[in-house]
Write a protein that binds this ligand. Structure first.
Ligand SMILES: NC(=O)C1=CN([C@@H]2O[C@H](COP(=O)(O)OP(=O)(O)OC[C@H]3O[C@@H](n4cnc5c(N)ncnc54)[C@H](OP(=O)(O)O)[C@@H]3O)[C@@H](O)[C@H]2O)C=CC1
Ligand SMILES: CC(=O)N[C@@H](CCC(=O)OP(=O)(O)O)C(=O)O
Length: 348
């Protein structure tokens, strides 16, 4: 099989270097262009010694035209960058996967409200596919443009899906208490992510409103005929990678007679053929480190009376970002879905 040519915009950021790690040994791709405005001309492995011997490219200027030689371009850039550049690439038949939020929300007014940016290509947005393969695989297969989900929304959607899809819980009273490692904030310099600010401490943020709430509600609403209301509270915790989401949902009266075994079986059956979703035994406690550096998302069910609790863990940079983007690419190009992303987590 001929290898496809890969371009990555934003190769100096955390999700960019994670894409490089995953794609360097992918059997069906060739890394062709890694762009950086600030490091153009610098060998990638000089900046990231972890890639010495695996990536021998230099960073290119994103305006050099090299992206037009690619078959697929990943945008590992802040919100607003992909929407400016994707239309020209798409017109040349190049597929685009945006790790940011430019193509996640269907309604440009909602995007503009939460991201404080005008949306510059509403027409292109209409053709974008939300890239959560477990729930949207057939659309991903046909897609030319993917809006890769946010990290928190990935955990919330996969955790709530079996309950909402089967109309077992009250969709108007969903709660998600979520924690992320500091790499979730990206590599840019910010006081909040300094070691002396974020280590040995923990805090909630965005409690009155986080931009992942509208994204998640939009997608959860596709799973149920009920009106969805979600309380989502993110927290920053002192670790580099990893995400832990604790989800709460109240069983509807007609579902309250379900046993714990019934619920467990439902989750196991829902994800039985998914290579990247692991339903652990009922009552277990998934650890973030059991997913570190892998594309696996693990979940476990608990119950308090009529409340179902779903614990979900993933690596925010892999299943929450770069790994999911490669999974989407695999589906789009007809490769084995696990190609290049079937590595085991790193323990301890
Ligand atoms: N970190 C995470 O866990 C997750 C991140 N995401 C999303 O993925 C995207 C990237 O995140 P992350 O890797 O953390 O971000 P970083 O801040 O670590 O990196 C951003 C990269 O974008 C490049 N860049 C910035 N502005 C521009 C521009 N105008 N044109 C071209 N390149 C630009 C920078 O490179 P240079 O300045 O060298 O050009 C840098 O390499 C974001 O949209 C983020 O929200 C999604 C899920 C999880
Ligand atoms: C810890 C931390 O700061 N996390 C980020 C989410 C990262 C992310 O992936 O979200 P987007 O792709 O939607 O930007 C935040 O809460 O803003």
């Amino acid at each position: 099989m001929q290898k496809i040519k890969i371009g990555i915009v934003g190769g100096t950021g955390y999700t960019g270097v994670e894409l490089l790690r995953l794609l360097a040994h992918h059997p069906h791709v060739e890394l062709h262009a890694i762009t950086s405005r600030t490091e153009a001309g610098v060998p990638v492995a000089q900046m990231f010694p972890s890639l010495r011997g695996a990536v021998d490219l230099k960073f290119s200027d994103p305006a050099s035209g090299i992206l037009e030689e690619c078959d697929v371009v990943f945008f590992a850039t802040p919100h607003g960058v992909a929407m400016a550049q994707a239309p020209a690439l798409l017109n040349k038949g190049i597929r685009v996967i945006d790790l940011g939020a430019d193509f996640r929300l269907q309604d440009t007014a909602v995007f503009e409200k939460w991201y404080k940016l005008p949306h510059s290509c509403a027409d292109v947005l209409k053709s974008a596919v939300y890239g959560l393969p477990e729930l949207n695989r057939e659309a991903v297969r046909q897609a030319k443009l993917i809006g890769n989900p946010g990290c928190y929304p990935t955990t919330m959607q996969l955790g709530f899906y079996p309950l909402l899809k089967n109309n077992l819980v009250d969709a108007s009273a969903l709660i998600a208490d979520c924690k992320s490692g500091v790499s979730g904030a990206g590599r840019k310099a910010e006081v909040a992510t300094l070691f002396s600010e974020s280590s040995d401490s923990m805090k909630a943020y965005g409690v009155s409103g986080h931009r992942h709430t509208p994204e998640t509600v939009e997608q959860l609403s596709k799973m149920t005929t009920q009106a969805v209301h979600l309380i989502f509270t993110p927290h920053l915790i002192p670790m580099i990678r990893g995400m832990h989401s604790t989800l709460y949902a109240k069983l509807l009266p007609e579902a309250q007679s379900m046993s714990n075994e019934d619920l467990q079986q439902l989750f196991e059956m829902t994800y039985a053929s998914e290579p990247f979703v692991d339903v652990m035994p009922f009552g277990s406690h998934p650890e973030t480190r059991s997913t570190r550096a892998s594309n696996m998302l693990r979940m476990a069910l608990h119950r308090h009376g009529d409340t179902v609790i779903v614990l979900v863990v993933q690596d925010n940079l892999v299943k929450g970002a770069a790994g999911q983007a490669v999974q989407n690419m695999n589906v789009m190009f007809g490769f084995a879905e696990t190609a290049g992303i079937d590595m085991l987590p790193v323990m301890p």
